[in-house]
Each structure stands twice: as structure tokens, then as C-alpha cells.
Design a protein around this ligand. Structure first.
Ligand code: PLP
Length: 422
């Protein structure tokens, strides 16, 4: 089963020289423990190019004001920046309608918004909510919460031994008629790239609402919501070379129109009287209070930056890194990589176990070599239980990473084995 791509394959343009790209990220010049930083924790958050840092700085220096409510010049400029960012998110996701994009704090709050607003209106006791075993807690806990409130029941589509969704088991679960199928496009632990277009088509045929967590996919390859056919698709800016504090969720216009907000406050109402309230139109209805304006300026700059480098070029570069890393990691005795072992069905998010060394110790020893990775359950405890481990170590790549950094990672892993007498 080949993972499908949301857009037709085009010949990837080679990534601009990695040195040229690295020069745009000030933090990459620093040292850690006296060694050059090898930042391989991009699945947690990506570093920010100067274009993003400067866009936020320029906003505060020259345009800062609150949006929408003012008729003065600064407020209009801030509004233009904020709404311009919305249009860029829509464009990035292949939507022609910025009004279908709602800004949130991150993808976690995006998924909470759908679970609460859609779930309150549509779920009742006995309904099924279908998730997968490879979800991040951001796509589990909000559904747990709405299940508790409504009496709906959670189901988890299993993964196979290679860390892909078990399609036969999934089909059986879909045949049971879940009201919603919420799943991740790319696993933050296994790196698995799910065949979203096929999965959405199957879920839709079964009558389920489809909600996709795009936290790890949007930074890595082109995503086109029109081609995928999903109902909701969320992203988080800080993994896309943008700032923390802002995320977004695209949804079908008619679905948004039918939903009630779950947070109330300024900006999201049409009229408030002592007796009743009427909602503002979409998307303002779902954006209560002062939004993350500087962060929107940063996100807009991040999208411009990604598009200038070229998302296909980013994809090609990271695939090369993954293809280099998998055999190199296999040289380390006692090391097991979780998830698919090829670059077709997986992305450059590589979780592994080093026999005899706890992931936190691995991570600490790697840090002595300047290598930043993540150790722990990666907010995926259901998956950890399925894999039969308490934690893993995870190296995850971005466009500025190099094969030399992967060599440093591998050398540091050999060092960890030496230190533990293995
Ligand atoms: N979903 C996946 C697959 C992730 O990897 C992450 C972050 O690690 C999230 C959701 C949550 O992202 P955020 O904390 O930005 O909401």
C-alpha cells in the first residue's frame, strides 16, 4: 500500500544550498556543551528563520494595534496583516476561501474546537468516535472529554507491526458507523505518512465526519484540502518555522456555518442583549477575544519563506536525510527503529530504542555531543502501550539538517553504548 500524496508529484527542485538555508537561522550558529548544535528535535518545534523573527519585530515596531475594531491607520494595518495571514494559510492548504480558516492557539486548540463545537451539536450516548492508535494526545484527549460529556464511546483503529494503519481492521471499524473519524496525517512517533485521501474517501462513504491533524504533515510536503476531501484539517505554526501561540484549522464552510462557538467573548458576537446573543459570521464566530496578531504576522512570513524555498524541495531534502539516516542508525548494535523502514511510507521523524540505555540517558548523552533529540512518550501513551515501551528517543529532521549532523548523532549513539559498557 503506497501512501498517497495530496497533490500530483512534480519534479522536486533541489533545495537551495543547505548552508544558504542554515545562514537564515541564527540559532543554528550556537554551540551546546562546546559542540556545534545539531538540532534534531523538529518534531517538537522547528527553528525560526530571520524572515519570521523580523516580521514579528517589524509588526511590534511599526504596526501594533488591535484588529477589526479600530478605524485608525495602525488598526487597519494590523487587520490587513492578520487577515492577510488567513489568506496565506488558505492558499497553503489549497483552499480558495480564507473564510474557511479559523485561527487558534495551536493545533491542540483547533482539535478541541472541533471536538467541543461539533461534538456538542452532533454526539449522543452510544455514538462512536473513531481515532487511531498512533494519535498524539491532542487528537485523543479532546475526544475523551466530549465522549464523557455526551456518552459517546471512543474506538482506536489499530496499527500493524510496521507501524502503519491496519486497513482491514479500520474498514471493519468504519463499517460500524462511527460519527467521526479523527486521525493524524503523519505520526509524530512512527513517522508514518497515512494515505489520507483514501482514508477520507472510505470514512465519508461510511458516513463519518473526517478531522485531520496536520501538525507534522504541513511542514513536510504539499497538502491540498480540496484534493483530500476532508471536513476539517488543522495545523500548528511553530512546527512550520513559524512562531508559537498560533495555529489554524480549515473546515468546510457549511460545517462552520452550522456550528456554535465553544468560547465566548469579544469579537465573536453580532448582538448582545440581556436576553440573548447572536453570533458573528464565520470565522470571527470562533475567534473570541484579541487574537494572536504578531504571531499571525510571523506565520504569514513563515508561509512565504516555505513557499520561497519550495515545499517540494523541503520534502526532497528531508527524504534524502531519512534515506541516509535509516541505514546509518541500523549500524548501531542494539538499536531498533519504530515505524515503516522506507521513505515512501514514512517521514523524517525517527523514533528508536537503544537496548540497555534508557531514552532519557540517550538524550542526555547526545546533548553532550550538541545533538538535540526528544525522549519520552511524545504525548502518545496509547501508541507507547501498543509498541510495548514506556518511552522512545526521537530524532526528527527539518530542511536545515545535514547528513553530517546524522553522522554526529550516530557517533554519539556509539558513545552512549560505550558509556553504558555495551
Ligand atoms: N499532533 C501531532 C501529530 C503533534 O506532533 C503535535 C505536537 O507535537 C500536536 C498534535 C500538538 O501540537 P501543539 O502542541 O502545537 O498543539
Amino acid at each position: 500500500m503506497a501512501a498517497d500524496s495530496a497533490t500530483p508529484a512534480a519534479t522536486p527542485t533541489p533545495v537551495r544550498s543547505v548552508d544558504e538555508i542554515r545562514a537564515q537561522f541564527p540559532i543554528l550558529a550556537r554551540e551546546v556543551k562546546g559542540k556545534p548544535l545539531a538540532y534534531l528535535d523538529n518534531g517538537a518545534t522547528a527553528q525560526k528563520p530571520l524572515a519570521v523573527i523580523e516580521a514579528m519585530d517589524a509588526y511590534y515596531r511599526g504596526h501594533n494595534a488591535n484588529v477589526h475594531r479600530g478605524v485608525h491607520t495602525l488598526s487597519e494595518e494590523a487587520t490587513d496583516l492578520y487577515e492577510g495571514a488567513r489568506a496565506k494559510v488558505a492558499g497553503l492548504l489549497g483552499s480558495t476561501s480564507p473564510r474557511e480558516v479559523v485561527f487558534t492557539r495551536n493545533v491542540t486548540s483547533a482539535l478541541n474546537l472541533v471536538a467541543q463545537s461539533w461534538g456538542t451539536a452532533n454526539l449522543q450516548a452510544g455514538d462512536r468516535i473513531l481515532l487511531t492508535e498512533m494519535e498524539h494526545h491532542a487528537n485523543i484527549v479532546p475526544w475523551h472529554m466530549i465522549a464523557q460529556r455526551t456518552g459517546a464511546e471512543l474506538q482506536f483503529a489499530p496499527i500493524d507491526e510496521e507501524g502503519r494503519l491496519d486497513r482491514a481492521a479500520l474498514s471493519e471499524l468504519l463499517a460500524g458507523g462511527p460519527r467521526v473519524f479523527a486521525f493524524t496525517h503523519v505520526s509524530n512517533v512512527l513517522g508514518t505518512k497515512n494515505p489520507v485521501t483514501e482514508l477520507v474517501a472510505e470514512a465519508k462513504a461510511a458516513g463519518a465526519l473526517t478531522v485531520i491533524d496536520g501538525a507534522q504533515s504541513v511542514p513536510k510536503f504539499p497538502v491540498n484540502v480540496a484534493e483530500i476531501g476532508a471536513d476539517f484539517y488543522g495545523l500548528t505554526a511553530h512546527k512550520l518555522y513559524g512562531p508559537t501561540g498560533i495555529g489554524a484549522i480549515w473546515g468546510r464552510r457549511e460545517l462552520w456555518e452550522a456550528l456554535e462557538p465553544f468560547e465566548g467573548g469579544g469579537s465573536m458576537i453580532n448582538k448582545v442583549t440581556p436576553e440573548k446573543i447572536t453570533w458573528a459570521s464565520v470565522p470571527a464566530r470562533f475567534e473570541a477575544g484579541t487574537p494572536p496578531i504578531a504571531e499571525a504576522a510571523g506565520l504569514a512570513a513563515a508561509i512565504d519563506w516555505v513557499q520561497e524555498v519550495g515545499i517540494r524541495a523541503i520534502e526532497a531534502h528531508e527524504n534524502q536525510l531519512t534515506a541516509y539516516a535509516l541505514p546509518r542508525l541500523a549500524e548501531v548494535p542494539g538499536l531498533t527503529v519504530f515505524g515503516p523502514q522506507d521513505t515512501v511510507e514514512r517521514e523524517g521523524i525517527i523514533s528508536f530504542e537503544l537496548e540497555g540505555v534508557h531514552p532519557h540517558d540517550v538524550s542526555e548523552i547526545l546533548d553532550r555531543h550538541g545533538v538535540a533529540v526528544r525522549a519520552g512518550h511524545h504525548c502518545a501513551q496509547i501508541l507507547m502501550r501498543r509498541l510495548g515501551v514506556a518511552a522512545t528517543t526521537r530524532a526528527s529532521f527539518a530542511v536545515y539538517n545535514t547528513t553530517e549532523e546524522i553522522d554526529t548523532l550516530v557517533e554519539a549513539l556509539h558513545d552512549a553504548r560505550r558509556i553504558f559498557g555495551l
